[in-house]
Design a protein around this ligand. Structure first.
Ligand code: PMP
Length: 383
């Protein structure tokens, strides 16, 4: 999640001080700390040692289009997508990035017509991921410019549409909404993993973004990857990362490879011999969503989205999405849900940042058990 100055300042003092009613509960960011318990249980199995003389060069694979991509990491990406069935990798170029945040910017750079007289419009259907507007516009690029809610985009000119599916903040499965011939679509699949949503098809779009941040919970590793069909687009994205950071940390890629291997291996295990990573995540999220719905019901002041169940090819059964964020709507007269919850010492992110009404807030579902339990207990007591 995008870390604002205000909230990062707050976070250093939160979730760590006093217990009980005075304690500030910060669920503003989507910091995926709930996964720590799984990786702690794995113990030394995912430890890697990198000697002082290793991974020194800028280069990883000079024969590859993405010359800073570690071959072992590329192999593990392919294995994981095959195991989960959430994306096709055959016929795609892999571009590694410092988080999918860097890849998003690389995609904008690569997809913008370089000889255009005006910046290309960048749109996404509201409520959209709150970082898109700021990341698009912070450098005031002459190549691309944020143009807001895709629902109200009516210009007869080229545009880039960001499709986040399932969506941050509301968790719904999405498709492009503009559907004009002049459009280019970027699919942000940060949450297209079976702990959050049914895996209904192997995605095969032109440009797809993935990240370890929300899949394995390793946000601090800052590793993401793009699956790119068009060779020229992949080449331009690689060029952006070369200009921006001359590649991506090899140490992080090697560590990511080890983590993805462990996740793929855990999916192959017969029950009783180690825990399937996605089943662990699925069960945890299912329990949390039950707790949250019970708390909202108990309080009577909050509404939550309802999701239709769908079949998951990975878990071989149907279930309802259980998103990484709760998209809460305050009932009745409360106009500013963020301020209202802040008065109860619960920090969330207002709907305003996502291009919609302040009656909504986004709440992270990915914090540690202790914090999440405090949150649902406090919510249930707001009347
Ligand atoms: N896209 C979406 C939809 C996200 O929610 C996030 C993380 N909050 C990102 C991208 C950025 O992920 P990363 O940590 O890989 O930069």
């Amino acid at each position: 999640a995008h870390v604002s100055k205000r909230s990062s300042h707050v976070s250093s003092s939160v979730n760590a001080c006093t217990d009980g009613e005075d304690r500030v509960i910060n669920l503003d960011h989507g910091d995926p700390t709930m996964y720590e318990q799984y990786w702690q249980r794995m113990g030394e199995e995912t430890t890697i040692v990198i000697s002082g003389w290793q991974s020194m060069s800028y280069f990883s694979d000079v024969k590859n289009l993405c010359w800073f991509l570690e071959p072992v990491f590329a192999r593990e990406i392919i294995t994981l997508h095959k195991t989960v069935g959430n994306a096709i990798t055959e016929g795609y170029h892999i571009v590694v990035g410092t988080g999918s945040t860097q890849l998003f910017q690389a995609a904008l750079y690569a997809l913008s017509p370089s000889e255009a007289s005006r910046p290309i419009s960048v749109v996404s259907a509201a409520p959209y991921y709150s970082s898109y507007p700021s990341v698009t516009d912070y450098l005031k690029s002459g190549l691309y410019r944020w143009a807001g809610d895709a629902h109200s985009f009516s210009k007869d000119e080229p545009y880039i549409e960001l499709v986040t599916s399932p969506n941050n903040p509301d968790g719904f499965v999405r498709q492009a909404v503009v559907n004009r011939s002049l459009g280019i679509v970027v699919h942000d699949f940060a949450y297209y993993w079976p702990q959050y949503t049914p895996i209904s098809y192997p995605a095969n779009h032109d440009l797809m973004l993935f990240t370890v941040s929300k899949s394995t919970g390793h946000a601090g590793m800052r590793i993401g990857w793009a699956l790119v069909k068009d060779e020229e687009v992949a080449r331009r994205m690689t060029k952006f990362i070369e200009l921006n950071t001359i590649g991506v940390s090899k140490d992080s890629q090697l560590r990511a490879a080890k983590i993805l291997r462990a996740v793929s291996d855990s999916c192959e295990k017969i029950d009783g011999k180690g825990e399937n990573f996605f089943k662990f995540g699925y069960n945890l999220m299912a329990g949390r969503w039950r707790q949250l719905r019970a708390a909202a019901h108990e309080s009577g002041l909050f509404n939550l989205p309802e999701f239709p169940p769908a079949h998951c090819n990975f878990l071989s059964r149907a279930f309802e999405p259980q998103p990484a964020f709760a998209w809460l709507k305050c009932d009745g007269e409360i106009e500013d849900c963020e301020s209202f919850l802040r008065s109860h010492k619960i920090l969330t992110r207002s709907g305003r940042h996502f291009g919609v009404s302040p009656k909504y807030v986004r709440v992270s579902m990915l914090d540690r058990d202790e914090i999440f339990d405090l949150f649902v207990e406090r919510l249930s007591n707001i009347h």
